[in-house]
Design a protein around this ligand. Structure first.
Ligand code: BJW
Ligand code: ZN
Length: 261
């Protein structure tokens, strides 16, 4: 006899099955099972490196080489990483019409590689580098290739030391178009699926309130407690790579263990 599904999982599946404008909001935890470390918590990037030096505009301007030393390795990890079952499940839920978009704080590009189509990248994307002095842009891959001999890398146009990936640091504004798209989506969704974020960084962390205050159902997927758990209609405590495929199977009305995609 097949075991009855876990009640929060079944509840979340029911909510998702009924939604027509579901929105996923993701953070570093969705990529943890792809081998990319999160920022906070045990084993997180900032248990090893100072966030002021490696993720703030002030720290970067003070000494770009410190940032690039850390970023050199992290970029290699991004390049080697593959989308995991959580990314694939979200792409599948979009393809079947249960989600309309993914708003992500991640800069690793894995949602796109998994097949999600409507993606809003709130904290920019890691694939390009821009000179803060003259505005010249080049692909990250080209800058990465010269890091072994040039640290910090220098701008090819103005020779300046302030080449910075187009990811958003503390103290920088978010890309205006992405922020307004995210606000619009969070203000019009009929379900919010929050996955793998500690909800500690603003303004991203304020987006769920736009759904919560309209009484829209919230499903939380995270192995650890978050500040919004008490507002969630279903809290699914566990790794996204296990929970989201299981959720997808239930949404599709197949309570078995066949592959999601
Ligand atoms: C799993 C899992 C598994 C693990 N499955 N889950 C004081 C009060 C309030 C705000 C401020 C303040 N002082 C300053 C601010 C503003 C500041 C801010 O919010 N600071 C707070 C931290 C205090 N914000 C900013 O500066 C933002 N800009 C801004 O406000 O601009 C104003 C402005 C306007 C005009 C001109 C100038 C300024 C910018 C924020 C940029 C954030 N950038 C970073 C670095 C990007 C670099 C890169 O990607 O390379 O973005 S910081 C870092 O945190 C990164 C992330 O996107 C972001 C969010 O983290 P996330 O995704 O939640 O990850 P974690 O590690 O925190 O959590 C992972 C979660 O996954 C955990 O819950 C785990 O349990 C879970 N998990 N395994 C599912 N298998
Ligand atoms: Zn330049």
């Amino acid at each position: 006899m097949r075991a009855a599904p876990d009640p929060p999982l079944a509840q979340a599946a029911g909510l998702l099955a009924r939604s027509r404008r579901g929105l996923a909001f993701t953070g570093a935890g969705v990529s943890a099972e792809s081998g990319i470390s999160t920022f906070r918590g045990e084993g997180g990037l900032w248990s090893k490196y100072d966030p002021v030096q490696t993720a703030s505009l002030a720290g970067f301007l003070a000494d770009p080489a410190v940032y690039w030393r850390v970023s050199q390795d992290r970029w290699q990890t991004y390049r080697r990483a593959e989308p995991n079952p959580a990314h694939l499940a979200l792409a599948g839920l979009e393809a079947t019409g249960h989600l309309t978009a993914v708003v992500t704080q991640n800069t690793d590009g894995l949602h796109r590689r998994a097949g999600s189509r409507h993606i809003v990248e709130l904290h920019g994307e890691g694939g390009r580098v821009r000179c803060l002095d003259c505005g010249a842009e080049e692909p990250r891959a080209e800058v990465q290739a010269r890091l072994s001999t040039e640290l910090p890398p220098l701008c090819r146009r103005c020779d300046g030391r302030h080449l910075k990936p187009t990811v958003v640091f503390f103290g920088e504004g978010l890309p205006a178009a992405a922020l307004s798209a995210a606000i619009e989506l969070a203000s019009s969704c009929d379900l919010l699926l929050i996955v793998g974020t500690s909800l500690t960084v603003s303004p991203a962390a304020t987006l769920p309130a736009l759904a919560v205050r309209r009484g829209v159902p919230v499903v939380m997927v995270n192995p650890e407690p978050t500040p919004l758990d008490s507002w969630a209609d279903a809290v699914l405590r566990g790794p996204a790579g296990t929970i989201l495929p299981a959720l997808t199977r239930l949404v599709r009305g197949r309570g078995d263990s066949s592959p999601v995609l």
